[in-house]
Design a binder for this molecule. Structure first.
Ligand SMILES: [Fe+2]
Length: 178
């Protein structure tokens, strides 16, 4: 399988989860505990909840289907063992964002959009390569697999609108180490 991650460093997977499945997983996060964390050395804060073995999303990230998909996207041999998986859920509210950074480690990140507000509320993922900054448009249920150590990435600030004064963005991330 060739997913084409080599060229741009990312591959968008539209409709990775159905809307219903994303809504169910979003609902399941409401009983999780989140901690405030710094996105980087900037004073940008948002909520993060680490996924542990036994958590549905953790086990989903670690399922053979997803591990082999990531392995294939990275053009690794089937024999390449997964060394480590680190999964978490990030939650952004009004005024919150992910500052631009490259990840310090990992082979690739699989980011699943569990809840994305309409574009006018911001929150859009941005990646930067030699040709500039590009928006990665993700709707609820979409996913993106990307080389987070190579691509500078960030997200737009969440902003209130008249129709949606308290937008929320929720993503689940699995960082794979091969
Ligand atoms: Fe990152």
């Amino acid at each position: 399988m060739r997913l084409g991650i080599e060229g741009r460093g990312l591959v968008v997977l539209p409709g990775f989860l159905s809307r219903d499945e994303a809504a169910r997983l979003e609902l399941a996060t409401t009983c999780r505990s989140f901690e405030r964390t710094y996105g980087s050395i900037e004073s940008a804060k948002f909520d993060v909840s680490n996924l542990e073995p036994g958590d549905e999303l953790h086990d989903f990230f670690q399922s053979e289907l997803l591990v082999s998909t990531v392995r294939a996207a990275l053009s690794l041999p089937e024999s390449a063992p997964l060394q480590r998986l680190w999964g978490w859920i990030s939650r952004y509210k009004v005024g919150e964002y992910l500052p631009a950074h490259k990840d310090p480690g990992g082979s690739a990140n699989l980011l699943i959009s569990l809840h994305h507000p309409p574009p006018e509320n911001g929150g859009t993922l941005l990646v930067e390569d030699e040709s500039g900054q590009h928006p990665v448009i993700l709707e609820t249920g979409d996913a993106v697999l990307f080389l987070a150590t190579k691509l500078m990435h960030s997200s737009q600030v969440l902003v209130p609108t008249r129709g949606r004064p308290e937008p929320l963005k929720l993503v689940a991330v699995g960082r794979y180490y091969f």
